[in-house]
Design a protein around this ligand. Structure first.
Ligand code: PXG
Length: 461
């Protein structure tokens, strides 16, 4: 007997047996989940036959687009040769060695070693243990606090959700764990003072790192973790003054700088890594998602030589690792994915072609009466929705209008994410000019539909 395949049957079974991530199961089950059945390029197809332009690359990960048979074939070949072996207990295998070597070449020069994980969350949990271990080995056991930022997303495990700065996540499960402190995010539109320029705001927000180090004591601070551009926090592209000031503070203070590149890595910002776009020099670089374009689960933590040398020379055993650290089929997927990115020049394409083409059209959406700002860098951007463009005003019940617009977007055949009342896109790096035109047209229609509905409700005039 074959498994049911009608939308109604699939929804019923999904509701009966499947607990979804970040979902209100009761209301999801009442509504029924959208069933995605296949995908090609930037296009998803659902079980009703609708074709939807995936403006989010899955969850910010399908950088090379769907349907890449080179990756499928590489995984198939690896699965038949060696589907699994571990990298514990004095063993290794070729795919892990080859990928580690490749990552050492691709990442900035301070990095020559990687610790493999299965996801971004596992990577960030690894970072917590690795940083704490590093300062223990250096006989600075008091140096344990990691500074992060409000609204940061660093994953969902207990450690990674604690590193993250999402209040609704902290409100569940008694988070954060001790030893993690959060400072402001560089969200100019939402948090700047009246009359403050972006440059002033960027500097002020960066200096919060310095004042927090001073207040807690440099001898207690182990590290600062941040995404080059906050992704799930709302595509927060910092003012130009922010990163140079953070880089200065990290240079002058004896703390480690961790760049979480789970979203910004692998071409998203127009360079291989976001730290290169912003000119920072991390000691630890966290990766996942785009490393395989999401075809297989894989994450990694690049450790700069000055840190790795201490761990290796003086650390003995590092009592940490995952069954799937360096999974051979996932490494094979990553290698094939990197082959595609390099042979098709996708990073250069983001910087010089698709990125500028989309940015010009996206920024024009800022003229829409509903849009407060329309930032875009590389191939990641946002639309801040506001009832009053001039006053940087928010809608009363933050999140409602974002969700309304997100639902219109789906109806218009475009996947966008909503964070608060901010719409977000991060399409595959392979998106064509024609598809960009389509994406922008659907986003514009979504704004019009949302504006129409809000006018009808009397929320805007
Ligand atoms: N760091 C960053 C910067 C991320 O964006 C993680 C770590 C955790 O990765 P894993 O592989 O454990 O999920 C992420 C993940 C969203 C959304 O709705 C974003 C993520 C995951 C799920 C949903 O924007 N980012």
């Amino acid at each position: 007997m074959s498994f049911p395949s009608s939308t109604a049957e699939l929804r019923a079974l999904d509701a009966a047996h499947h607990l979804h991530p970040f979902s209100d199961t009761k209301s999801l089950n009442a509504e029924g989940a959208r069933v995605i059945v296949k995908a090609e390029g930037v296009w998803l197809t659902d079980s009703e036959g609708n074709r939807i332009l995936d403006g989010m690359s899955g969850l910010w990960c399908v950088n090379v687009g769907y349907g890449r048979q080179e990756i499928v074939e590489a995984v198939r070949a690896q699965m038949s040769e060696l589907p699994y072996y571990n990298t514990f207990f004095k063993t290794t295998h070729k795919p892990a060695i080859e990928l580690a070597t490749r990552l050492a070449e691709l990442t900035p020069p301070q990095f020559s070693r990687v610790f493999f994980t299965g996801s971004g969350s596992e990577s960030n949990d690894t970072v917590i243990r690795l940083v704490r271990r590093y300062f223990d080995i250096k006989e600075q056991p008091h140096k344990k606090i990691i500074i992060s930022r409000r609204n940061a997303y660093h994953g969902s495990t207990v450690g990674a959700a604690s590193l993250g700065g999402m209040a609704p996540m902290h409100a569940q499960g008694d988070l954060p764990i001790p030893g993690i402190v959060h400072i402001a995010q560089p969200y100019f539109w939402g948090e700047a003072r009246q009359g403050e320029t972006p440059e002033e705001f960027g500097l002020r927000t960066a200096k919060a790192l310095e004042s927090t180090i001073d207040a807690l004591g440099e001898d207690r601070i182990a590290a600062f973790i941040a995404e080059p551009i906050q992704g799930a926090g709302g595509v927060i592209i910092p003012p130009a003054t922010y990163w140079p000031e953070i880089a200065r503070i990290c240079r002058e203070r004896d703390i480690l700088f961790i760049s979480d590149e789970v979203i910004c890595g692998f071409g998203r910002t127009g360079k291989w890594f976001g730290c290169e776009t912003f000119g920072t020099q991390p000691d630890i670089l966290v990766m996942a998602k785009g490393i395989t374009s999401g075809y297989m689960p894989l994450g990694g933590v690049m450790v700069a030589d000055r840190v790795a040398d201490v761990l290796i020379e003086h650390g003995g055993d590092f009592n940490h690792g995952y069954t799937y650290s360096g999974h051979p089929a996932a490494c094979a997927a990553a290698l094939a994915n990197l082959d595609i990115m390099q042979s098709e020049g996708l990073v250069e394409r983001v910087a010089n072609d698709a990125g500028p083409y989309l940015a010009a059209r996206w920024r024009a959406l800022a003229e829409h009466p509903l849009v407060g700002e329309a930032p875009m860098m590389g191939l990641v951007g946002a639309l801040e929705l506001t009832p009053d463009k001039a006053g940087r005003t928010r809608f009363p019940d933050v999140g409602q209008v974002g969700t309304l617009a997100r639902d219109f977007s789906f109806k218009n055949g475009l996947v966008m994410r909503a964070v608060r009342d901010r719409l977000i896109i991060a399409p595959p790096l392979t998106i064509s000019h024609g598809e960009i035109d389509e994406l922008v047209a659907r986003a514009r229609k979504t704004l019009d539909d949302t504006w129409g509905e809000l006018s009808r409700r009397g929320w805007v005039r």
